[in-house]
Design a protein around this ligand. Structure first.
Ligand SMILES: Cc1cc2nc3c(=O)[nH]c(=O)nc-3n(C[C@H](O)[C@H](O)[C@H](O)COP(=O)(O)O)c2cc1C
Length: 314
Protein backbone atom coordinates (compact mmCIF):
# COMPACT_ATOMS: atom_id res chain seq x y z
CA UNK A 1 0.00 0.00 0.00
CA UNK A 2 1.37 3.42 -0.94
CA UNK A 3 1.96 6.07 1.72
CA UNK A 4 -0.64 8.32 0.09
CA UNK A 5 -3.19 5.57 0.72
CA UNK A 6 -2.07 5.14 4.34
CA UNK A 7 -2.15 8.92 4.96
CA UNK A 8 -4.47 11.49 3.32
CA UNK A 9 -1.75 13.17 1.22
CA UNK A 10 -1.28 13.68 -2.51
CA UNK A 11 2.30 12.40 -2.92
CA UNK A 12 3.88 9.50 -0.99
CA UNK A 13 6.41 11.79 0.69
CA UNK A 14 7.14 12.81 4.27
CA UNK A 15 9.21 15.92 4.97
CA UNK A 16 11.44 14.10 7.45
CA UNK A 17 11.79 15.29 11.04
CA UNK A 18 14.97 17.32 11.51
CA UNK A 19 16.22 18.24 14.96
CA UNK A 20 16.46 22.06 15.30
CA UNK A 21 15.59 22.61 11.62
CA UNK A 22 11.92 21.66 11.20
CA UNK A 23 9.55 24.40 12.32
CA UNK A 24 5.82 25.03 12.12
CA UNK A 25 6.16 27.25 9.02
CA UNK A 26 7.91 24.41 7.19
CA UNK A 27 5.21 21.98 8.33
CA UNK A 28 2.42 24.21 7.00
CA UNK A 29 4.23 24.67 3.68
CA UNK A 30 4.86 20.92 3.34
CA UNK A 31 1.21 20.13 3.99
CA UNK A 32 0.13 22.80 1.47
CA UNK A 33 2.40 21.13 -1.09
CA UNK A 34 0.61 17.79 -0.89
CA UNK A 35 3.09 15.95 1.32
CA UNK A 36 3.12 15.17 5.04
CA UNK A 37 5.39 17.06 7.41
CA UNK A 38 6.85 15.56 10.56
CA UNK A 39 8.33 17.65 13.38
CA UNK A 40 10.50 16.46 16.28
CA UNK A 41 8.79 17.08 19.64
CA UNK A 42 12.29 17.95 20.86
CA UNK A 43 12.33 21.06 18.67
CA UNK A 44 10.22 22.76 21.33
CA UNK A 45 11.91 23.97 24.50
CA UNK A 46 8.77 23.53 26.59
CA UNK A 47 5.66 21.38 26.50
CA UNK A 48 3.57 24.56 26.31
CA UNK A 49 5.35 25.53 23.06
CA UNK A 50 4.86 22.01 21.73
CA UNK A 51 1.15 22.16 22.56
CA UNK A 52 0.80 25.56 20.86
CA UNK A 53 2.29 24.07 17.67
CA UNK A 54 -0.03 21.06 17.83
CA UNK A 55 -3.04 23.40 18.06
CA UNK A 56 -1.90 25.27 14.91
CA UNK A 57 -1.19 22.05 13.00
CA UNK A 58 -4.45 20.42 14.06
CA UNK A 59 -6.46 23.45 12.89
CA UNK A 60 -5.28 22.88 9.30
CA UNK A 61 -7.19 19.60 9.20
CA UNK A 62 -4.26 18.27 7.12
CA UNK A 63 -1.85 15.43 7.67
CA UNK A 64 1.10 16.01 9.96
CA UNK A 65 3.29 13.91 12.21
CA UNK A 66 5.44 14.18 15.31
CA UNK A 67 8.82 12.53 15.83
CA UNK A 68 9.40 11.08 19.28
CA UNK A 69 12.82 9.97 20.50
CA UNK A 70 11.94 6.84 22.44
CA UNK A 71 15.20 6.09 24.25
CA UNK A 72 16.09 6.98 27.82
CA UNK A 73 17.73 10.30 26.88
CA UNK A 74 14.24 11.75 26.27
CA UNK A 75 12.90 12.25 29.78
CA UNK A 76 9.95 14.23 28.36
CA UNK A 77 8.66 11.26 26.30
CA UNK A 78 5.56 10.46 28.37
CA UNK A 79 4.42 14.11 28.41
CA UNK A 80 5.05 14.49 24.68
CA UNK A 81 3.15 11.27 23.98
CA UNK A 82 0.23 12.43 26.15
CA UNK A 83 -0.06 15.63 24.10
CA UNK A 84 0.07 13.62 20.84
CA UNK A 85 -2.78 11.47 22.17
CA UNK A 86 -4.76 14.49 23.36
CA UNK A 87 -4.51 16.22 19.96
CA UNK A 88 -4.86 12.98 17.99
CA UNK A 89 -1.75 13.64 15.93
CA UNK A 90 -2.28 11.77 12.63
CA UNK A 91 1.06 9.91 12.77
CA UNK A 92 4.16 9.49 14.91
CA UNK A 93 7.67 8.52 13.85
CA UNK A 94 9.63 6.80 16.61
CA UNK A 95 13.40 6.85 16.61
CA UNK A 96 16.37 5.59 18.61
CA UNK A 97 14.68 2.96 20.77
CA UNK A 98 11.83 0.54 21.29
CA UNK A 99 8.49 1.75 19.90
CA UNK A 100 6.47 -0.62 22.13
CA UNK A 101 5.07 1.97 24.53
CA UNK A 102 4.18 4.44 21.77
CA UNK A 103 2.51 1.84 19.55
CA UNK A 104 0.42 0.38 22.33
CA UNK A 105 -0.77 3.86 23.41
CA UNK A 106 -1.49 5.00 19.84
CA UNK A 107 -3.29 1.94 18.52
CA UNK A 108 -6.57 2.54 20.35
CA UNK A 109 -6.34 6.29 19.60
CA UNK A 110 -6.16 5.59 15.86
CA UNK A 111 -2.75 7.25 15.55
CA UNK A 112 -0.42 5.66 13.01
CA UNK A 113 3.10 4.82 14.12
CA UNK A 114 6.07 4.51 11.75
CA UNK A 115 9.36 3.25 13.20
CA UNK A 116 12.83 4.32 12.11
CA UNK A 117 15.05 1.26 11.69
CA UNK A 118 18.66 1.28 10.55
CA UNK A 119 19.41 -2.45 10.49
CA UNK A 120 17.59 -5.79 10.33
CA UNK A 121 17.96 -6.53 14.05
CA UNK A 122 16.11 -3.29 14.95
CA UNK A 123 13.51 -4.01 12.28
CA UNK A 124 12.79 -7.44 13.83
CA UNK A 125 12.41 -5.83 17.27
CA UNK A 126 10.07 -3.10 15.97
CA UNK A 127 8.04 -5.48 13.78
CA UNK A 128 7.02 -7.48 16.87
CA UNK A 129 4.75 -4.58 17.81
CA UNK A 130 3.13 -4.37 14.35
CA UNK A 131 3.90 -0.75 13.39
CA UNK A 132 1.99 0.88 10.52
CA UNK A 133 5.26 1.16 8.57
CA UNK A 134 8.99 0.70 8.96
CA UNK A 135 11.23 3.55 7.87
CA UNK A 136 14.44 2.17 6.38
CA UNK A 137 17.14 4.64 7.38
CA UNK A 138 19.78 4.10 4.70
CA UNK A 139 23.55 4.55 4.67
CA UNK A 140 23.19 7.80 2.73
CA UNK A 141 20.54 9.37 4.98
CA UNK A 142 21.21 12.70 6.66
CA UNK A 143 21.44 12.86 10.45
CA UNK A 144 21.75 9.52 12.26
CA UNK A 145 22.30 7.41 9.17
CA UNK A 146 22.13 3.64 8.74
CA UNK A 147 24.74 1.29 7.32
CA UNK A 148 22.94 -0.48 4.47
CA UNK A 149 22.30 0.69 0.93
CA UNK A 150 18.79 0.90 -0.50
CA UNK A 151 19.50 -2.14 -2.67
CA UNK A 152 20.53 -4.20 0.38
CA UNK A 153 18.07 -2.99 2.98
CA UNK A 154 14.76 -2.43 1.18
CA UNK A 155 14.38 -5.87 -0.45
CA UNK A 156 15.49 -7.51 2.83
CA UNK A 157 12.79 -5.65 4.77
CA UNK A 158 10.10 -6.37 2.18
CA UNK A 159 10.92 -10.07 2.22
CA UNK A 160 11.12 -10.35 6.01
CA UNK A 161 7.95 -8.30 6.67
CA UNK A 162 5.66 -8.65 3.64
CA UNK A 163 2.68 -7.15 5.42
CA UNK A 164 4.42 -4.03 6.79
CA UNK A 165 4.81 -1.06 4.42
CA UNK A 166 8.40 0.18 4.04
CA UNK A 167 9.27 3.87 3.72
CA UNK A 168 12.75 4.77 2.53
CA UNK A 169 14.83 7.53 4.18
CA UNK A 170 18.00 8.81 2.57
CA UNK A 171 19.37 9.77 -0.81
CA UNK A 172 16.34 11.44 -2.37
CA UNK A 173 16.93 14.95 -3.66
CA UNK A 174 15.53 15.16 -7.17
CA UNK A 175 12.86 13.58 -9.33
CA UNK A 176 15.13 10.79 -10.60
CA UNK A 177 16.25 9.65 -7.15
CA UNK A 178 12.62 9.84 -5.98
CA UNK A 179 11.41 7.59 -8.81
CA UNK A 180 14.36 5.20 -8.31
CA UNK A 181 13.31 4.68 -4.70
CA UNK A 182 9.66 4.11 -5.61
CA UNK A 183 10.82 1.55 -8.20
CA UNK A 184 12.40 -0.48 -5.38
CA UNK A 185 8.86 -1.10 -4.18
CA UNK A 186 8.74 1.19 -1.16
CA UNK A 187 5.45 2.71 -0.05
CA UNK A 188 6.94 6.18 0.14
CA UNK A 189 9.99 8.23 0.96
CA UNK A 190 11.05 10.39 3.89
CA UNK A 191 13.17 13.35 2.73
CA UNK A 192 15.12 15.69 4.99
CA UNK A 193 18.32 17.43 3.85
CA UNK A 194 16.95 19.16 0.74
CA UNK A 195 14.48 21.06 2.94
CA UNK A 196 17.18 22.67 5.12
CA UNK A 197 17.84 25.45 2.59
CA UNK A 198 14.15 26.30 2.26
CA UNK A 199 12.80 29.81 2.60
CA UNK A 200 10.60 28.69 5.49
CA UNK A 201 13.47 27.28 7.55
CA UNK A 202 14.72 29.48 10.43
CA UNK A 203 18.36 28.33 10.43
CA UNK A 204 20.99 30.98 9.59
CA UNK A 205 21.57 32.13 6.02
CA UNK A 206 25.12 30.77 6.43
CA UNK A 207 23.84 27.22 7.14
CA UNK A 208 21.50 27.41 4.14
CA UNK A 209 24.29 28.78 1.91
CA UNK A 210 26.53 25.93 3.09
CA UNK A 211 23.87 23.47 1.84
CA UNK A 212 23.96 25.25 -1.53
CA UNK A 213 27.74 25.40 -1.85
CA UNK A 214 28.88 22.12 -0.31
CA UNK A 215 28.00 18.79 -1.93
CA UNK A 216 27.85 15.05 -1.27
CA UNK A 217 31.65 14.76 -1.18
CA UNK A 218 31.76 17.22 1.74
CA UNK A 219 29.59 15.13 4.06
CA UNK A 220 31.30 13.17 6.83
CA UNK A 221 30.00 11.00 9.62
CA UNK A 222 30.95 11.80 13.20
CA UNK A 223 30.26 10.17 16.56
CA UNK A 224 31.37 13.34 18.35
CA UNK A 225 27.90 14.91 18.57
CA UNK A 226 25.67 12.26 20.05
CA UNK A 227 27.82 9.14 20.45
CA UNK A 228 26.20 7.55 17.36
CA UNK A 229 27.24 8.24 13.75
CA UNK A 230 25.71 11.46 12.46
CA UNK A 231 26.34 13.30 9.18
CA UNK A 232 27.73 16.83 9.13
CA UNK A 233 29.26 19.17 6.57
CA UNK A 234 33.05 18.86 6.68
CA UNK A 235 33.82 22.48 7.61
CA UNK A 236 37.29 23.52 8.82
CA UNK A 237 35.90 23.48 12.39
CA UNK A 238 34.68 19.87 11.98
CA UNK A 239 38.09 18.89 10.62
CA UNK A 240 39.80 20.44 13.66
CA UNK A 241 37.35 18.77 16.03
CA UNK A 242 38.02 15.32 14.52
CA UNK A 243 35.38 12.73 13.75
CA UNK A 244 36.07 10.13 16.41
CA UNK A 245 36.52 10.05 20.17
CA UNK A 246 40.00 10.98 21.41
CA UNK A 247 42.05 8.57 23.56
CA UNK A 248 40.68 9.99 26.83
CA UNK A 249 37.07 9.67 25.65
CA UNK A 250 37.75 6.11 24.43
CA UNK A 251 39.30 5.24 27.80
CA UNK A 252 36.35 6.70 29.74
CA UNK A 253 33.90 4.99 27.39
CA UNK A 254 35.35 1.59 28.28
CA UNK A 255 35.00 2.29 31.98
CA UNK A 256 31.65 1.14 33.38
CA UNK A 257 31.47 3.95 35.94
CA UNK A 258 32.28 6.79 33.56
CA UNK A 259 30.51 5.50 30.47
CA UNK A 260 27.08 6.86 31.33
CA UNK A 261 28.42 10.28 32.31
CA UNK A 262 30.61 10.52 29.25
CA UNK A 263 27.62 9.73 27.02
CA UNK A 264 25.63 12.50 28.67
CA UNK A 265 28.44 15.03 28.38
CA UNK A 266 29.11 14.16 24.70
CA UNK A 267 25.39 14.46 23.90
CA UNK A 268 24.93 17.77 25.72
CA UNK A 269 28.04 19.30 24.16
CA UNK A 270 27.08 18.02 20.70
CA UNK A 271 23.53 19.35 20.87
CA UNK A 272 24.73 22.74 22.10
CA UNK A 273 27.27 22.95 19.23
CA UNK A 274 24.55 22.11 16.68
CA UNK A 275 22.19 24.65 18.22
CA UNK A 276 24.76 27.45 18.18
CA UNK A 277 25.79 26.71 14.59
CA UNK A 278 22.17 26.51 13.37
CA UNK A 279 20.96 29.80 14.84
CA UNK A 280 23.91 32.15 15.44
CA UNK A 281 27.06 33.37 13.74
CA UNK A 282 29.22 30.91 15.65
CA UNK A 283 32.81 30.15 14.62
CA UNK A 284 32.00 26.54 15.62
CA UNK A 285 30.43 25.58 12.30
CA UNK A 286 28.88 22.18 12.90
CA UNK A 287 26.04 21.87 10.43
CA UNK A 288 24.09 18.64 10.24
CA UNK A 289 23.13 17.66 6.67
CA UNK A 290 23.21 14.59 4.45
CA UNK A 291 24.76 13.93 1.02
CA UNK A 292 21.58 15.01 -0.78
CA UNK A 293 22.58 18.67 -0.29
CA UNK A 294 24.27 17.84 -3.61
CA UNK A 295 20.85 18.60 -5.13
CA UNK A 296 20.46 21.94 -3.31
CA UNK A 297 21.45 24.64 -5.78
CA UNK A 298 19.50 27.59 -4.39
CA UNK A 299 17.29 28.58 -1.48
CA UNK A 300 13.70 27.88 -2.52
CA UNK A 301 10.21 27.81 -1.04
CA UNK A 302 9.10 24.33 0.05
CA UNK A 303 6.32 24.35 -2.54
CA UNK A 304 8.96 24.62 -5.29
CA UNK A 305 11.25 21.98 -3.73
CA UNK A 306 8.31 19.55 -3.70
CA UNK A 307 7.25 20.52 -7.23
CA UNK A 308 10.74 19.68 -8.52
CA UNK A 309 10.74 16.34 -6.68
CA UNK A 310 7.41 15.12 -8.00
CA UNK A 311 7.38 16.69 -11.47
CA UNK A 312 5.25 15.05 -14.17
CA UNK A 313 3.55 12.50 -12.01
CA UNK A 314 0.33 14.21 -11.01
C1 LIG B 1 19.58 18.24 10.03
C2 LIG B 1 18.94 16.89 10.27
C3 LIG B 1 18.35 16.63 11.49
C4 LIG B 1 17.70 15.39 11.71
N1 LIG B 1 17.06 15.18 12.89
C5 LIG B 1 16.33 14.05 13.07
C6 LIG B 1 15.53 13.88 14.24
O1 LIG B 1 15.47 14.74 15.12
N2 LIG B 1 14.84 12.73 14.37
C7 LIG B 1 14.87 11.75 13.40
O2 LIG B 1 14.20 10.73 13.56
N3 LIG B 1 15.61 11.90 12.28
C8 LIG B 1 16.31 13.03 12.09
N4 LIG B 1 17.01 13.21 10.93
C9 LIG B 1 16.93 12.19 9.88
C10 LIG B 1 15.77 12.51 8.93
O3 LIG B 1 14.54 12.37 9.61
C11 LIG B 1 15.77 11.59 7.69
O4 LIG B 1 15.88 10.24 8.07
C12 LIG B 1 16.90 11.94 6.73
O5 LIG B 1 16.99 13.33 6.57
C13 LIG B 1 16.69 11.28 5.38
O6 LIG B 1 17.82 11.44 4.58
P1 LIG B 1 18.03 12.70 3.57
O7 LIG B 1 18.58 13.78 4.43
O8 LIG B 1 18.99 12.16 2.56
O9 LIG B 1 16.71 13.06 2.97
C14 LIG B 1 17.70 14.41 10.69
C15 LIG B 1 18.32 14.68 9.48
C16 LIG B 1 18.92 15.91 9.25
C17 LIG B 1 19.56 16.19 7.92
Amino acid sequence: MMLNEILPIKYPIIMAPMFLVTNVKMMLAAMDSGIAGCIPALNFRTLAEFEKALIILQKTGKCYGVNLIVNKSNYKLQDQLNLCLQYKVPFIITSLGSPEKVISACRSAGIKVFCDVSEMAFAHKAARFAPDALIAVLNNAGGHHGHLSAEQFIPALRTAFPSIPVISAGGVGDHKSYINKLNLGVSGVSIGSVFIASEESDVTAEYKEACVHYGAADIVSTTKLSGVPCTVINTPYVRDMGLRENWLERFLHRNKRFKKWLKMIVYKRGMSLLQKAAFSASYQKVWCAGPTIEYTTEILPIQEIVRRLVQNID
